[in-house]
Ligand binder design. Sequence first.
Ligand code: MG
Ligand code: MG
Length: 269
Amino acid sequence: MITLKSAREVEAIRRSGKITAAVLTELMQKAHAGMATRELDAIAERGIRTRGGVPTFKGYRGFPASICVSINDEVVHGIPGREVLREGDLLSIDIGTTLDDYVSDSAVTVAIGNVSADSQRLLDVTQECLMLGIAAMQRGGHVGDIGAAVQGHAERHGYGIVRELVGHGVGREMHEEPQVPNYGQRGTGAKLRPGLVLAVEPMITQGSQAVQIRKDGWTVVTADGKLAAHFEHTIVVTEQGPRILTLREFGEHPTVEAYRPDAELKAPA
Ligand code: MG
Ligand code: MG
């Protein structure tokens, strides 16, 4: 069942989203070569809890940490640990906060130091996919409009789109209906109505779209070992257009910097 959120509930998710955005900003600023990923997890847990939130991921279906960290060919759901970041890595950080019973969910992929032009292009295009998907969240439209926008941009660049994992509704639960695939056809799927809150999260691969799960039972990796990137925001559909509830004040992609939480969203040119 799809639940539309009241204005009060959207405000609760927005407050949760402010914590998610602030802590993710801190993680983006602090991630560097030579750092173990569990140090990032410690920063995240402290950052969320000192702001009064609870790390949504910790204990979720037994997940052992407060964030997911996925490096290079790891797509999503990597577990922080002793692994040390290296110059040239692509690091995906996925984070969720629960505040006053409401969840927000966001992710970015960042370059550790200097990365190749190919790696940078994957990052740029994946973030553009997210923004185009968000821009498609217009009232009266359909969930398929989001997937079609993401798919069109990724495929124009020759990239793969992970099919096994999708975006989702967000509210009191991290994963609510509807599912939000990163592929699809315009005009299909559930209707986009004001008060619908979704996590849109393109997972884009440099090579084949096929993925596998590592023996740890969590980490999703590309089957061909090529790079992947993942960006995610929590967004509400309003009468006036989509509003990002996890927008960061700093560190957004250049195509996003012009946007503010209460500004009209337009698709990047
Ligand atoms: Mg997430
Ligand atoms: Mg999500």
